[in-house]
Design a binder for this molecule. Structure first.
Ligand code: PLP
Length: 285
């Protein structure tokens, strides 16, 4: 059966879901997106994702075409219509389609809102057991990475390089320090058991999973330090891991082919993963 997508007020088969070639998302990457995980048919940490959506659209002066409450209703209806059990809901809002291609904001144009779902068994993903390797690439992105913009070409190239190297993610490097993964937040566990992750700023996307994992770790009296770290420090660390809505907590077992720690998922990554899954289940909507 064809999947169902949402396009500007209508639920339509994915193969028929279309927007104009004049859509500013297509022409200028003038749009924002969000990805929320789905476990057992329910949205995970969605309030956090919708809060970030509101912030991102605010930063580019784009008005949402629906209320946040209505957006969540649409997400839920899409999950129901697709009978989605485990996976993700992708949501994108753009500044809409004008009559031509003028850079400045168009007047009287309604933003485009689209959503679709994809299946993924995040909890039982094979890579959760094996861990992933990451490669390093220069961070060539723009200066407002805190905005979840659909302008993802730098990440496309980074993640393609990772795929070609047989790695699961690319860690982007700026001034000798890790900013974040192509589509994830980066963490290490130091030899003295401090969880280290870069603080939020314009240099990284404020990850929703990062925020939850930090809170959950601190609640358990685990030490968390927000500061940038280098690849040399990551290679000398006990463990490394990434977080995102589409992997939750995922151990990193090598960087550029060099082992991190034992070269297998460590106890902290495994523990935080379990804690996060429990949190996800208990707070899903
Ligand atoms: N950093 C970047 C660049 C991302 O693209 C993502 C997710 O797509 C993340 C971090 C993780 O964010 P979240 O935990 O909200 O999925």
């Amino acid at each position: 059966m064809d999947q169902i997508a949402y396009v500007n007020g209508s639920f339509v088969p994915l193969s028929e879901a279309k927007v104009s070639i004049l859509d500013r998302g297509f022409l200028f990457a003038d749009g924002i997106y969000e990805v929320s995980a789905v476990l057992d048919g329910k949205l995970i940490d969605n309030a956090s994702h919708l809060a970030r959506l509101e912030r991102s659209v605010g930063e580019i002066s784009l008005a949402l075409p629906e209320t946040i409450q209505r957006i969540q209703e649409i997400q839920k209806e899409l999950i129901a219509r697709n009978k989605l059990v485990n996976g993700m809901v992708y949501l994108e809002v753009t500044r809409g389609a004008d009559k031509g291609r003028d850079f400045a904001f168009p007047k009287g144009v309604k933003p485009t809102l689209v959503m679709f779902t994809s299946e993924k068994d995040i909890v039982n993903a094979a890579s959760a057991k094996t861990g992933i390797g990451v490669i390093t690439v220069p961070d060539i992105r723009w200066a407002r990475r805190d905005i979840k913009s659909v302008a993802l070409l730098a990440q496309v190239l980074a993640k393609q390089a990772a795929a070609e190297a047989g790695a699961g993610e690319a860690w982007m490097i700026e001034d000798g320090l890790v900013t974040e993964g192509g589509s994830s937040s980066a963490f290490i566990l130091t030899q003295d058991d401090v969880i280290v992750t870069r603080p939020n700023s314009n240099s990284i996307l404020p990850g929703c999973t990062r925020k939850a994992v930090k809170m959950l770790a601190e609640e358990r009296q685990l030490k968390v330090e927000e500061r940038p770290f280098s690849i040399a420090e990551a290679l000398a660390a006990k463990e490394a891991f990434i977080t995102s809505a589409s992997v939750f907590v995922q151990a990193v077992v090598s960087i550029d082919g060099k082992k991190v720690g034992s070269g297998t998922p460590g106890p902290m990554a495994n523990r935080l993963r379990e804690i996060y899954v429990d949190f996800a289940r208990s707070t899903s909507v």
